[in-house]
Design a protein around this ligand. Structure first.
Ligand code: NI
Length: 169
């Protein structure tokens, strides 16, 4: 297994729209294992392939308290959504910043596992929000897109400044 490098906002690669997964082979399973390791190490509750510069429709997540409920969604689709929920969201690609985002509270998701088999399940609360957040990544979308451009630009300049400091250190 290997830790993968996580892209940070405003890296333009985070704006890439991911392509469907069509081949379910050992290379895919290795990427999933590496993404779980990277997510747990960060630590985070979700990671989309886009964030590790792999532009395929794949995400991993674990919203459990103990970090013992890994879930991998390939080619995920939201087939039904209901209600509204406001939650403070963060993102491994936007470290240190949290903003309130409004999303559907209850969703029904259809996805494939690493063998290509389809499954469906319902999610609500944090799990529902996490899935929607990670699925946004696959569309090249970030949670800061939901806030004002003034706030977003402030976050962008702070992160660029941090990056400069790191590079000159
Ligand atoms: Ni994120």
């Amino acid at each position: 297994m290997a830790l993968l490098n996580i892209l940070h906002f405003p890296d333009p690669k985070l704006r890439t729209v991911a392509k469907p997964v069509t081949v379910f082979d050992d290379i895919l399973k290795q990427l999933v294992a590496d993404m779980f390791e990277t997510m747990y190490e960060a630590p985070g509750i979700g990671l989309a392939a886009t964030q590790v510069d792999r532009h395929i429709r794949l995400l991993v997540m674990d919203v459990s308290d103990k970090g013992d409920n890994p879930r991998c969604l390939i080619n995920p689709e939201i087939v039904d959504s209901q209600g509204e929920e406001e939650m403070d969201e963060g993102c491994l690609s936007i470290p240190g910043f949290y903003e309130t985002v409004k999303r559907a509270n209850h969703i029904r998701v259809r996805a494939q596992n690493t063998d290509g088999e389809f499954f469906e399940f319902e999610a609500e609360g944090l799990e529902s929000v996490c899935i929607q957040h990670e699925m946004d990544h696959l569309e090249g979308k970030l949670f800061v897109d939901y806030i004002s451009s003034l706030k977003r630009n402030r976050i962008r300049s702070k992160l660029l400044k941090l990056k400069k400091q790191k590079m000159s250190a």
